[in-house]
Design a protein around this ligand. Structure first.
Ligand code: SF4
Ligand code: SF4
Length: 113
């Protein structure tokens, strides 16, 4: 089920001069977002702007927590151990909105498999 977009945040992201990607013209899964968990603070802007419902913010998996840097662990604990996962990455159309909407610069678009 698609969640309603935060249209104000999505509008601002769409107008961002550094918005990367292919303006939703990529085939689904051609590009995928990668989240840097040392930067992510679980703020959900990605969830709020993604038109393809790619993201989910939830408690970080133990293995991912263990892989964080010391600073990343401290940040994670401060932010309730929340982080963004991409359960529907195969739906990404490379609109680039999440990349510029993320306040922590935690998202990069990379070529999918
Ligand atoms: S990736 Fe960025 S926008 Fe998404 S939850 Fe993490 S900090 Fe927030
Ligand atoms: S670039 Fe980001 S916001 Fe756009 S479809 Fe892909 S994951 Fe969603």
């Amino acid at each position: 089920m698609k969640l309603p977009l935060n249209t104000e945040k999505a509008r601002r992201a769409a107008a961002h001069p550094k918005r990367p990607g292919m303006n939703c013209r990529a085939a689904p899964g051609e590009w995928v977002p990668v989240v840097d968990r040392n930067r992510c603070e679980g703020k959900r802007d990605c969830v709020e702007v993604c038109p393809e419902n790619v993201f989910e913010v939830r408690r970080i998996d133990d293995a991912d927590f263990d892989a964080l840097s010391l600073l990343g662990k401290v940040k994670s604990v401060v932010h309730g151990r929340l982080t963004a996962y991409t359960p529907h990455a195969d739906g990404c159309r490379a609109c680039g909105l999440c990349v510029v909407a993320c306040p922590e610069d935690a998202i990069t678009l990379v070529r999918g498999a």
